[in-house]
Structure formats: structure tokens, C-alpha cells
Design a protein around this ligand. Structure first.
Ligand SMILES: Nc1ncnc2c1ncn2[C@@H]1O[C@H](COP(=O)(O)OP(=O)(O)O)[C@@H](O)[C@H]1O
Ligand SMILES: O=P(O)(O)OC[C@H](O)CO
Length: 508
């Protein structure tokens, strides 16, 4: 039985591989969780799609599951927050509510040639000043343009106003608030900022970029803050205010209580995303980072971040497990790696979708280098884990070069942080302590916090900060000489990955 004065907030985390719903109490503690995976669709090398209809039905199922496990009725929820895999692009018909094509996922590289064309003589930097982003297949605007050009008849329907564009937050909010029967078509600044269509200063759609990418304004959602009531849910959550939306990495910043300028977190999932809070002004990057909105609470000033996006970290462990079959579960990598003292001279650069930060090289492909007869699967297991910590080190160095901020501790979260060997190596190669909080579900927690702030469950950031508690800490142990030698080797390995893929050639 629950105390009737107690307040609860639910958050939906719609991620790349699964959807989760978590119910939190007023202390920010987890009351119930439900989670379901959805299909990964790979129609061609380099293409990754999701079925947005399947995602919506999985989301409905996990909401029902979490609310039931919590022993609550929907009307006992004070608010619902949304957080989501970013950039993944859905176009749907406003009158039928059906997607016109599978969603094109953030990892999908089909727009590489389109991005190269759009860059023209300015190259990757054409829209960087206005959007904070390099032209890369990662972002949503070119994905929408590709769909408009490749789904027969779609452009005409879009220009007539019959089609809606959205990242997953928009798709979910529209469905939650009624869909074809009055659903609201909105997005928040953190998600809009990943389309490459939003101006970072005005936080509005940039009409000249829309024209350059040939994306009609009629398809776009309204851009709102990350924490405000967008609408009221219908259906199973009837009456619950839908009160926050944040991209998952920004939600983790919020859930990790990185509210002060200079604080940073790294989330280790399929990929890894390190965000540094840079305060109320966007800091441009000259070293391969993204400038992105961290969050915006209602009418308050936006908070910006520098972001180092790494496409493949946990996904490399999955590859080691599923494609090579060397381990049966992800957890087995740690004892295997711990059975040897070092990587035996081997390095793995997981440039499966090219390399993201700080290189943004779509011509890179994965390499395993340094092989000799001495190298065993245990050395490779180490090299697989070390690929994550070295990629993070490169991003941390770029953060310092761009912002002058030297990270003194790194807050971490995500599925890979249960791997002690990896977290120790991370502390070693950064030479700073790495700290994991007690509530590891920082993404959902951030969305819940934002929704709770918008509805008066919590009152200010200080209240939220007081919830944060340390669970584990790793302190650096590696000597400087070893660190520097290994870093040099890692960078040599990265150079070996460049220039492999030629656009238009066979294969991915
Ligand atoms: N013990 C482990 N050691 C290293 N990596 C792990 C371990 N357990 C899970 N992972 C990796 O963590 C990732 C899952 O983390 P999660 O935060 O759930 O990711 P996402 O939200 O991106 O789906 C997977 O890519 C998996 O390979
Ligand atoms: O769903 P995740 O955790 O893999 O995160 C994906 C990122 O938002 C992509 O930008």
C-alpha cells in the first residue's frame, strides 16, 4: 500500500535497443521498472531501421507493466517524462497516424553521400556555426530529406501539410496525447538541436537550413522547453500531464545532477556520450565535439553542453559476443580480460559506422592491429574494453582544448559501468577518479526530474542535487609513462582505420 500523499513520477526511456518505463518516488528512488526490446532492422550494410509502430506498442506495454508493478493507478502519477534515443527519424501521416517508412536510426549511414553533397566547398562545417554540428549522417535533417526524396509521392504530401516529422520524443508525445484525435506535435530543444535544422542561439528552426536541405516547414513540430506540460495523456494514462522531453544523453546530464558549469558525465551504452555543462552560452568546438543544448527548464535560460559522441563502445562488446562468439554473455568479458595482465600489444578500433568524435571520419572502418602469435582471445578482450576508455580519453582531451575545463572527476552511468576492469582502466587513462551514482538509471531519472519540476513535485535543482549519492569510485593507479605509451599506440591504431571506405564502392 502506498501513502496517499506520496507523489510518483513515471519516465519512459525509449532507447536504441529497448524501451523502459520507470516509476520514481519523491526521493528519486526507483519504485518499479519494466523493459522490452524491439527489432533492429538492417536492410543493407550501414542501414539501421526501427519500426516506429512496434516502438509505440512496446512503450505502451512497458508503461502498463511499470505502473502495475508499482501497484499504482494511472491517476496516482503526478507526471510523465519522456527521454529517447536521439536523431532517429520518423515521418508519419497526420490523418492515419501511420509511419510512412521505417524510422531511420541514428547509426544509419545512408545519408553520407547526401551530407557530402550538402557540404559542398564548405565541407562538414557548412552549418556548424548555427547548429553546433558537423555535417554527418548521424543527424536527423538529412535523414528526413532522404525519406522525402525516396518514398514515392511523399514530398508532395509533406508540402500539403499531411505529413509530420519527429524524433522519437515527438512520435511518442503525439501518440500519448491522442494521435489522430488531437495529439500535440512538439519536440524539445535538446532533440530539435540534433536535427541540424535548429539555430542554437534562437532555439528555432533555421529557415535557410530548411531550404538548403529541402525540408518543408509544414512537417516540423513546435520547439518547446525540456520541462513543461505539453499536453495530457489519453488512454491508459488518461489525465497524466506529459511534462518533459529530453534526448537520452541530456536526460543523463540532468539525472546525474550536472547542473554546475564544468561538471560532466559519460554514459556507456551501445555508444558512449560524454557531456560537459558549459553554462548558458554555447561554446563552439574546434576539436571535433558537438555543441548542443543540455536542457531548458520552462522559461529559464537554456544550459548548453559540449558533447563527445562515440558511436561504438558497448556495441563492440556485443560484436565480440555475437559475431566472434568468444564470449556467451557481455559479463563474461571481464573475467576473460582479467585473466591476462595487459592487451599483449593488440588494439581494436571499432570504426563500424566510421568514427564520430573527435574525428568525424565516415571513411574509417574497424581495425584490429598489433597482432602477433602471442595474442590470445584474453588479450583481445582487454583490447575491446580498452577501446572504450581510449575513445573517452580522446574526447576528454578535446573538451579541454575547446573549453579550457579540465575534468577533475567523471560521473559515469550506463550498462558498461558494472565492468570494474573497464572503469579502473578509465580512471587510469584519464588520470581522474571515476564515480558511479547509486541510481544508475540516470536517463529515466533525468526525465522524471524534469517532469516533476514542471508539475511541482520538486521545486528546484538544489532539491534534486541532494538526492545524488555515490555508489562506487575508481581512482587512478597507472603510471604516467605507461599511460603515455599506451595512448601513443592507441592513436597509431586509430590512424590505421582511416581511409578504408570509399563512397559508392561495394560494401558498407
Ligand atoms: N559486463 C559488461 N562489460 C562490458 N560491457 C557490458 C557489460 N554488460 C553490458 N555491457 C554492454 O553495455 C551495453 C548495454 O548498456 P545499456 O546502458 O543498457 O545500453 P543502451 O541504453 O545503449 O541500450 C551493451 O552494448 C553491452 O554490450
Ligand atoms: O539509446 P542509446 O542509449 O543507445 O543512445 C543513443 C543516443 O541518443 C544517440 O545519439
Amino acid at each position: 500500500m502506498t501513502d496517499s500523499s506520496e507523489k510518483f513520477v513515471a519516465a519512459i526511456d525509449q532507447g536504441t535497443t529497448s524501451s523502459r518505463c520507470i516509476v520514481f518516488n519523491q526521493d528519486g528512488a526507483i519504485v518499479a521498472v519494466d523493459q522490452r526490446e524491439h527489432r533492429q532492422i538492417f536492410p543493407k550494410p550501414g542501414w539501421v531501421e526501427h519500426d516506429a509502430t512496434e516502438i509505440w506498442s512496446k512503450v505502451q506495454a512497458v508503461v502498463a507493466g511499470a505502473v502495475a508493478k508499482a501497484g499504482l493507478r494511472a491517476d496516482q502519477l503526478s507526471a510523465l517524462g519522456i527521454t529517447n534515443q536521439r536523431e532517429t527519424t520518423v515521418l508519419w501521416d497526420r490523418s492515419t497516424g501511420k509511419p510512412v517508412h521505417n524510422a531511420v536510426v541514428w547509426q544509419d549511414t545512408r545519408t553520407s553521400a547526401l551530407c557530402a553533397d550538402l557540404g559542398g566547398t564548405d565541407g562538414q562545417d557548412r552549418f556548424r556555426e548555427r547548429t553546433g554540428l558537423p555535417l554527418a549522417s548521424y543527424f536527423s535533417g538529412p535523414k528526413a530529406a532522404w525519406l522525402l526524396d525516396n518514398v514515392p509521392g511523399l514530398r508532395v504530401r509533406a508540402e500539403r501539410g499531411d505529413i509530420a516529422f519527429g524524433t522519437i520524443d515527438s512520435w511518442l508525445i503525439w501518440n500519448l496525447t491522442g494521435g489522430t484525435d488531437g495529439g500535440v506535435h512538439v519536440t524539445d530543444v535538446t532533440n530539435a538541436g540534433r536535427t541540424m535544422l535548429m539555430n542554437l542561439d534562437t532555439l528555432q528552426w533555421d529557415v535557410s537550413i530548411l531550404a538548403a536541405m529541402n525540408v518543408p516547414e509544414a512537417v516540423l513540430p513546435e520547439i518547446r522547453s525540456s520541462a513543461e506540460v505539453y499536453g495530457t495523456a489519453v488512454g491508459q494514462l488518461a489525465g497524466v500531464p506529459v511534462a518533459s522531453a529530453l534526448g537520452d544523453q541530456q536526460a543523463a546530464v540532468f539525472g546525474q545532477a550536472c547542473y554546475d558549469t564544468g561538471t560532466a558525465k559519460n554514459t556507456y551504452g551501445t555508444g558512449s556520450f560524454l557531456l560537459l555543462n558549459t553554462g548558458n552560452r554555447p561554446v563552439p568546438s574546434k576539436h571535433g565535439l558537438l555543441t548542443t543544448v543540455g536542457y531548458k527548464i520552462g522559461g529559464e535560460a537554456p544550459v548548453y553542453c559540449l558533447e563527445g559522441s562515440i558511436a561504438v563502445t558497448g556495441a563492440l562488446v556485443q560484436w565480440f559476443r555475437d559475431q566472434l562468439g568468444i564470449i556467451r554473455t557481455a559479463d563474461e568479458i571481464e573475467p576473460l580480460a582479467a585473466s591476462v595482465d595487459d592487451n599483449g600489444g593488440a588494439y581494436v578500433v571499432p570504426a563500424f559506422s566510421g568514427l564520430y568524435a573527435p574525428y568525424w571520419r565516415s571513411d574509417a572502418r574497424g581495425v584490429v592491429t598489433g597482432l602477433t602469435r602471442y595474442v590470445t582471445k584474453a588479450h583481445l578482450a582487454r583490447a575491446v574494453l580498452e577501446a572504450t576508455s581510449w575513445q573517452t580519453r580522446e574526447v576528454v582531451d578535446a573538451m579541454y582544448q575547446d573549453s579550457g575545463v579540465r575534468i577533475t572527476t567523471l560521473k559515469v552511468d550506463g550498462g558498461m559501468t558494472k565492468n570494474h576492469l573497464l572503469m579502473q582502466h578509465q580512471a587510469d587513462v584519464l588520470d581522474v577518479p571515476v564515480i558511479r551514482p547509486r541510481v544508475a538509471e540516470t536517463t529515466c531519472l533525468g526525465a522524471a526530474y524534469a517532469a516533476g519540476l514542471a508539475t511541482g513535485v520538486w521545486h528546484d535543482l538544489d532539491e534534486l542535487k541532494a538526492h545524488w549519492q555515490r555508489d562506487a569510485e575508481w581512482t587512478p593507479r597507472m603510471g604516467a609513462q605507461e599511460r603515455d605509451r599506451e595512448y601513443r599506440n592507441w592513436r597509431k591504431a586509430v590512424e590505421r582505420s582511416f581511409g578504408w571506405h570509399e563512397e559508392g564502392a561495394e560494401g558498407a
